[in-house]
Design a protein around this ligand. Structure first.
Ligand code: SF4
Length: 303
């Protein structure tokens, strides 16, 4: 079979879990979700495409008579060196053309093979890295792979529709459109909100990045000799030690903390201070980003 290719070029992968890796990109011509003609855009399944996949006139593009001819061109684009050879088969929709013969020919020349697909087509066996980017309400044929990369927002392709699928990595990619800044803000907000939901539904057992602030209160009468309720030098040192033990650490890995809830944090600080600070009255933990507070008053009051 022959292959229609828009362009072939070497670059660094700029998206997803393979970001930064040197790769030859082979962009196949044609897509099943849009003709590539502007007059068809509004009525197409995929209406936001920013890729030119029409024709075979790009750098290194053309009609290749068979798999060997195409892999010759890919090898030439890679240049010197057999180490770390990696190709990304993209499009358009590459799986309209990628077949067993091409996979075998690429592997025989030492290329690891990635594919970026809209997921609507079956994939030949042997592809090493499958990245699916669902589009609108186009039915998915590929429901598993290495990464799912969803352009966001799409009214008929919401992240919740795909989070149960069998992928190792999940990414949101802000839609590149005139509203790009709004889309970026919406993407960040969605990820932030989802992280909060995960913490609540999984008892805060995941590693996460909240910032906390703690407040320690002591109560009592001044010592008749020193005139102090508490030696502030000792108290400050105790607080500093507790802060050192928590700050910039994965809270889930602190053995005697338990699940990293605000309740456990306030109790944990109390337990560190109370053996030395007998006048300790309460420990409050604040998460300013959400306005939440938790106060621990010691065992007798809390019971
Ligand atoms: S599926 Fe991909 S290549 Fe096809 S129209 Fe949509 S964004 Fe463009």
């Amino acid at each position: 079979m022959s292959y229609a290719v828009k362009e072939i070029f070497k670059t660094l992968q700029g998206e997803g879990a393979q970001s930064g890796r040197a790769a030859v990109f082979c962009r196949f011509s044609g897509c099943n979700l849009w003709s590539g003609r502007e007059q068809d855009r509004a009525s197409s399944v995929c209406s936001f495409c920013d890729t030119d996949f029409v024709g075979m006139d790009g750098t290194g593009g053309g009609r290749f008579a068979d798999a060997a001819a195409l892999v010759d061109a890919v090898e030439e684009a890679w240049g010197e060196g057999a180490h770390g050879r990696y190709i990304v088969l993209t499009g358009g929709e590459p799986l309209l053309q990628v077949d067993d013969a091409l996979i075998e020919a690429l592997h025989s020349r030492g290329f690891e093979i990635g594919v970026e697909t809209n997921g609507t087509q079956a994939a030949p066996a042997g592809i090493d890295w499958i990245c699916v980017s669902p589009k609108a309400d186009a039915a998915l044929h590929l429901t598993g792979g290495d990464e799912l990369k969803l352009v966001y927002p799409q009214a008929t392709a919401r992240p919740e529709q795909f989070e149960h699928l069998d992928f190792t990595h999940f990414f949101l990619q802000p839609m590149d459109a005139p509203e790009a800044a709004d889309n970026l803000a919406a993407t960040i907000a969605y990820c932030t909100d989802t992280l909060d939901r995960s913490i609540q539904t999984e008892s805060s057992r995941r590693i996460h990045g909240h910032s906390y602030r703690a407040e320690v209160t002591v109560r009592g009468r001044p010592d008749p000799v020193t005139g102090m309720v508490v030696d502030l030098g000792v108290l400050e040192q105790m607080i500093e030690d507790a802060r050192d033990a928590l700050d910039h650490r994965f809270l889930d890995e602190i053995n005697d903390l338990g699940p990293a809830t605000m309740e456990n944090l306030s109790r944990w600080i109390w337990d560190r201070l109370h053996p030395v600070i007998a006048n300790l009255h309460r420990v409050s933990v604040f998460r300013d980003s959400s306005g939440e507070t938790c106060t621990f008053w010691g065992e007798e009051v809390a019971a």
